[in-house]
Design a protein around this ligand. Structure first.
Ligand SMILES: Cc1ncc(COP(=O)(O)O)c(C=O)c1O
Length: 326
C-alpha cells in the first residue's frame, strides 16, 4: 500500500507546470512551481514544519507549548496543521487588511486569532509585530516563531524547494522569479540555485508601499516608500533577516491593480486557481520580459490558493470598489 503516515509527510514535491496563454509575449519556457498542492494549500507548510522541528530540537518549543506568530494566514495554516499533530496550541496575530477567509480558515484548524490595525507603525504597541511579541512574553510556555528573522524559514527552502526546482528543470533553470515577504522563499531557493549555477538570475517581486526595491538598489531604508497597500503576502515596511539581498539580482514592483487583475487572469487563462502574490509575480515577470531569451527556462513560484481571495480579487464587486475594473 502507498500512503503517507500523516498529513505532514505530504508537504513538498509540488508540480512544475508550463504557463502558456498568459505568457505568450515571452519568448522563453515559463514554468510555475504550484505550491497550492501542499496540504495547507501554500508554500508556507514547508517552513512552518521546519521552524517547529528546529525549535523542538533546540528546546525553544516544549511539550504542550503555545505557538505565537504574526501571520497573514499561510504560515499560520502550516503551523496549525503541524501543531495539531504534535499537540501544541496556536495563537496568531493578523493585520486587519487580510482577507476574512484567512481568519476563518485559521480558526477552522483550531487556532486563536487576534486581529490588529494595519495602518500603524511597526513600533506602535497595536501593530501586529508588537502584539505578537507581547503575547509571547505574557503567555506561559509560549514560543514566538518570528518567521521574519527565524533562519529555519529560508533553510526550509534551501533544503526542499530549491533542490526540487533544480531537479525538475534538470538544472536548466536560468531565472527564478518570486514575490518577497519574509524573504524565506527567495533567499533559500536563490542560495541553493546559485550554489549549483551562479549564473542563475534571482528576481524578487515587490509592491508599491514596500521598502525592498529601493533598499536593494541604494542601501537606503526610505520611510517615504512606506504606505498601506492592497497586495497580500509580499512587500514589507521592515527589513526581515530572512531577506538575503546579496543573492537577489533585482526587484520589480507591481501595482495593486495589476496584481489583482493578473490574479484573475491566471485562473482564466491557465485554469490555475492561485492567490494574489501569484498575480503579482506573473505581472512582474511580464514587466521583465526583455531579460529573457528563447532558450531560457524561467521558474515563477505561486505561493498560495485562490480560495483565500474569493471575497476580494475573485469578487467583481470588490474589484469595482477598488477601481480595478469598470
Ligand atoms: C501569499 C503569499 N505570497 C508570498 C509570500 C512571500 O513569501 P516569503 O515570506 O517566503 O518571502 C507570502 C508570505 O508571507 C505569502 O503568504
Amino acid at each position: 500500500m502507498n500512503y503517507a503516515k500523516n498529513i505532514l509527510e505530504t508537504i513538498g514535491n509540488t508540480p512544475l507546470v508550463k504557463l502558456n496563454k498568459i505568457v505568450k509575449e515571452i519568448d522563453a519556457l515559463v514554468l510555475a512551481k504550484v505550491e497550492t498542492f501542499n496540504p495547507g494549500n501554500s508554500v508556507k507548510d514547508r517552513m512552518a514544519l521546519k521552524m517547529i522541528e528546529d525549535a523542538e530540537a533546540n528546546g525553544n518549543l516544549k511539550p504542550g507549548g503555545t505557538i505565537i506568530e504574526g501571520t497573514s494566514g499561510n504560515t499560520g495554516m502550516g503551523l496549525a496543521i503541524a501543531a495539531t499533530l504534535k499537540g501544541y496550541k496556536c495563537v496568531f496575530v493578523m493585520a486587519d487588511k487580510q482577507s476574512k477567509e484567512k481568519v476563518d480558515i485559521l480558526r477552522a484548524v483550531g487556532a486563536e486569532v487576534v486581529v490588529c490595525p494595519t495602518a500603524v507603525e511597526p513600533e506602535d504597541p497595536r501593530s501586529y509585530y508588537s502584539v505578537s511579541k507581547r503575547l509571547a512574553a505574557e503567555i506561559p510556555n509560549a514560543w514566538y516563531v518570528n518567521q521574519y528573522d527565524n533562519p529555519s524559514n529560508a533553510l526550509a527552502h534551501y533544503e526542499s524547494t530549491g533542490p526540487e526546482i533544480w531537479k525538475q528543470t534538470e538544472g536548466k533553470i536560468t531565472h527564478f522569479v518570486v514575490g518577497v515577504g519574509t524573504g524565506g522563499t527567495i533567499s533559500g531557493v536563490g542560495k541553493y540555485l546559485k550554489e549549483q549555477n551562479p549564473n542563475i538570475k534571482i528576481w524578487g517581486i515587490d509592491t508599491y508601499g514596500s521598502v525592498f526595491k529601493k533598499y536593494h538598489e541604494t542601501g537606503i531604508f526610505d520611510e517615504n516608500e512606506i504606505y498601506p497597500y492592497i497586495t497580500e503576502g509580499i512587500g514589507e515596511d521592515i527589513l526581515p533577516k530572512n531577506v538575503d539581498f546579496s543573492i537577489i539580482d533585482g526587484f520589480e514592483k507591481v501595482t495593486d491593480k495589476d496584481a489583482a487583475i493578473y490574479t484573475q487572469k491566471i485562473a482564466i487563462d491557465e485554469g490555475i486557481f492561485v492567490g494574489n502574490s501569484a498575480g503579482s509575480a506573473v505581472k512582474g515577470l511580464l514587466q521583465l520580459k526583455h531579460h529573457f531569451k528563447k532558450e531560457d527556462v524561467v521558474v515563477v513560484l505561486f505561493h498560495d490558493h485562490g480560495s483565500r481571495y474569493v471575497g476580494k480579487m475573485f469578487n467583481p464587486e470588490w474589484m469595482k470598489s477598488q477601481g480595478f475594473i469598470d
